[in-house]
Design a protein around this ligand. Structure first.
Ligand SMILES: C[S@@+](CC[C@H](N)C(=O)[O-])C[C@H]1O[C@@H](n2cnc3c(N)ncnc32)[C@H](O)[C@@H]1O
Length: 218
């Protein structure tokens, strides 16, 4: 059964005993999401409006941090997130992310989770959310994207999410000059991204992670 644990920056994550895996880094969940997806992805990508695809909606933390950034800025954000195993309400309401998301954090987190699946919903100023309940390994991805948050469980735990075929599917829906960010810096992931038309750069990762990948579609 899933367990909620506190990470080093005080924010929660979820531990899944069946696969011995966490949803985020135990060195800081909010810190990890901020460094990888917000600082290295959202802030780096200049598309306006911006279309984002997230693989692995999970707790909605990346969606929350992106929504907060959207309110602070002016560009419209269209955020699609795919998730095959939505968390139950009791787990979601136990998470403490509102403590890390400023004055609007609580309400936006609530709206993100209250929004129905499989339809596009306006959550707040500049932020539209489409949560897709589907299996990433089987679903044909809709739309075209400027930025990909690739946040599946690790390649050693869920190798089927990280295959060349999966990255080829991602490449097909990524706009030219579009960006993919992920916490993994594995050689095989780099090679697959290159084979699928991305230029790969290694960046310093968040605490506890030496490197991460940012890839640009060429
Ligand atoms: C590392 S966690 C994602 C963390 C998330 N981005 C967050 O901010 O909390 C990986 C997620 O991928 C989901 N997942 C696993 N297999 C999947 C599949 N075949 N299709 C879509 N999502 C999947 C898991 O249920 C989990 O929520």
């Amino acid at each position: 059964m899933n367990q909620i644990i506190k990470t080093s920056d005080g924010s929660h994550t979820i531990y899944v005993p069946e696969i011995d895996e966490h949803y985020h880094s135990v060195h800081g969940a909010v810190q990890e999401s901020t460094v990888i997806f917000i600082n290295s992805g959202f802030d780096f990508c200049k598309a306006d409006p911006i279309s984002i695809l997230e693989v692995g909606f999970g707790t909605g933390l990346n969606a929350l941090l992106t929504a907060i950034k959207s309110i602070e800025g002016t560009r419209e954000v269209n955020y699609t997130s795919i998730e095959n195993y939505p968390l139950d309400n009791k787990t979601i309401s136990s998470l403490n992310y509102n403590e890390f998301a400023g004055e609007n954090g609580r309400e936006i987190f609530h709206l993100i989770h209250l929004s129905p699946w499989n339809t596009r919903v306006n959550i707040c100023k500049n932020f539209n959310l489409h949560k897709m309940e589907a299996d990433f390994t089987k679903e044909k991805l809709p739309g075209k994207y400027d930025l990909i948050y690739f946040d599946a469980f690790g390649p050693d735990k869920q190798p089927e999410m990280w295959t060349r075929k999966m990255f080829s599917g991602i490449s097909d829906v990524t706009n030219k000059k579009g960006i993919l960010v992920t916490y993994s810096a594995k050689g095989e992931v780099k090679r697959s991204l290159k084979a699928c038309g991305f230029e790969v750069t290694l960046l310093p990762g968040p605490p506890g992670k030496r490197q991460m990948i940012r890839a640009v579609k060429i």
